[in-house]
Design a protein around this ligand. Structure first.
Ligand SMILES: Cc1ncc(COP(=O)(O)O)c(C=O)c1O
Length: 450
């Protein structure tokens, strides 16, 4: 826990809240109106959770910046929680989809773009066979179903405090060794203890214990955890974990939806991982809905044997709009022209600049915090040492403090990823954007310590 003077924090929070309300009259007005037609006044329930009395209403966004309806401009370090890691509306993608919009959006027929994308994903991740969906959630769900089908096993395994989208099996927690529904889980279909085993990240013994019973079809994992702050794997963790999964006949899904920040082929390529499936959603189409899941030769062969042609439209994998022409055109343009190897060469050094700037300010202050970088993203935690697992990271979370720092940054023109302290770089982010955040972070830290 942080040793923050709470009275001081509350005083600063009130001051920032007043400023926020005063400077955003149009957002306030739209929010008041929205309460009459949108449940909770927002189009999506977690939009209520932004720091401040109401969410900002966005007017337009381009590259690394956006403007709100009150005319304020912001540096966007959240980038749609990775959906806009490409930068907002990159020209190459916009041009490609404008053409596709005129030429047909969805047909239930393949377009040539789909094979270009499949071939490119093969080159990046080293997996031969690909399928498409509209969200990373669905890609995870479909990969899980395939894994269950070919292993004929009922359960999956996830890490404590993981997030893989709205996959029912993954809303699970671990309390004193007991598996149960995760706090806040709305309407779980069954107790997730029936479907899921949960272990802490970086604990090989617990992983082996959970796999030993040989009823786990697949481990669904981010190669580095990113949704409870960044948690890096211990040296050698994935090599040993992969050996365990193979020993006990369990498959492995690498959900690279966020860890694509590590490079063009995500952590799978950077760290030479050998998953059975890779999932990649969100930025794959620069924010145009689309996702992909790929599998190995072996998985491809095993699943193909079990899909009967007559039943393949009702097997629980797919979706009418999955693999549509527009989605594939966006993916092709994104992979060919936006999220390229060259783009990572500018994004990753910028994340280092963010990391080093924040680390230097932490050292100068009395705060015992740390900051971690993973490729093009970086994140600070309110603990002295980087966490090694979800429980440690969650224990250092501080809702009040986080809200204050987010609101402080927002009032000064910087949007951080909500619900934790992450900053992501896109190809259009500049050093000046990063330095603006560092300066604001330093001022906020100084005010807290005063
Ligand atoms: C690692 C990971 N996988 C999957 C998802 C789900 O993505 P979507 O909401 O686009 O389905 C998320 C969303 O945050 C995620 O962080």
């Amino acid at each position: 826990m942080s040793t923050i003077d709470r009275a001081r924090l509350h005083e600063l929070q009130q001051r920032e809240e007043k400023r926020f309300v005063l400077e955003h009259p149009r957002s306030a007005e739209l929010y008041a109106r929205a309460k009459n037609s949108l449940l909770g006044g927002v189009p999506m329930n977690w939009m209520k959770k932004w720091a401040g009395a109401f969410p900002l209403f966005a007017a337009r966004a381009k590259g690394a910046h956006f403007t709100d309806v009150d005319g304020h401009e912001y540096v966007d370090l959240s980038l749609g929680d990775t959906g806009a890691m490409t930068g907002h509306s990159p020209d190459a993608m916009v041009n490609a989809i404008a053409k596709r919009l005129r030429e047909g959006i969805t047909l239930m027929l393949p377009t040539e773009d789909s094979l270009w994308v499949g071939e490119e994903l093969n080159r990046r991740f080293g997996l031969p066979y690909w399928q498409f969906a509209l969200t990373a959630t669905d890609a995870n769900r479909f990969a899980i179903r395939m894994a269950r089908e070919i292993t004929e096993r009922p359960k999956i395994l996830v890490y404590h405090y993981c997030y893989h989208g709205t996959v029912d099996e993954s809303f699970v927690s671990l309390r004193e060794g007991v598996v149960g529904p995760r706090r806040g889980n709305i309407g779980p279909p069954v107790n997730p203890a029936e479907t899921t085993r949960v272990v802490e990240f970086n604990d090989l013994e617990a992983l082996e214990d959970a796999l030993k019973r040989q009823d786990v079809a697949v481990v669904l994992a981010e190669p580095a955890m990113t949704n409870v702050g960044i948690i890096l794997p211990d040296e050698g963790y994935w090599k040993a974990a992969r050996e365990l999964t193979r020993q006990y006949g369990t498959l492995l899904i690498a959900d690279e939806t966020h860890t694509i920040c590590a490079g063009p082929g995500g952590c799978t390529r950077e760290w030479k991982l050998e998953p059975d499936f890779v999932v990649f959603g969100k930025p794959i189409g620069s924010g145009i809905p689309g996702s992909a899941y790929g599998c190995t030769e072996d998985v491809g062969r095993r699943i193909s044997k079990r899909i009967a042609l007559e039943d393949c439209d009702v097997g629980g994998i797919g979706g009418t709009l999955a693999g549509n022409a527009l989605s594939l055109a966006a993916m092709r343009a994104t992979l060919e022209k936006v999220l390229t190897a060259e783009a990572f060469e500018t994004m990753i050094p910028l994340a280092k600049r963010f990391n080093d700037g924040v680390a230097a300010e932490i050292r100068k202050s009395s705060l015992r915090w740390n900051v971690i970088q993973l490729g093009a993203r970086a994140e600070y935690h309110f603990s002295e040492k980087p966490p090694r697992n979800g429980a440690q990271s969650a224990a250092s979370a501080d809702f009040e403090l986080e809200r204050f720092l987010h609101l402080y940054a927002l009032n000064r023109g910087v949007l951080l990823t909500p619900f934790h302290n992450m900053a992501l770089m896109c190809p259009a982010t500049s050093a000046a954007d990063v330095d603006l955040h560092t300066q604001i972070f330093a001022e906020g830290a100084a005010e807290l310590a005063a």
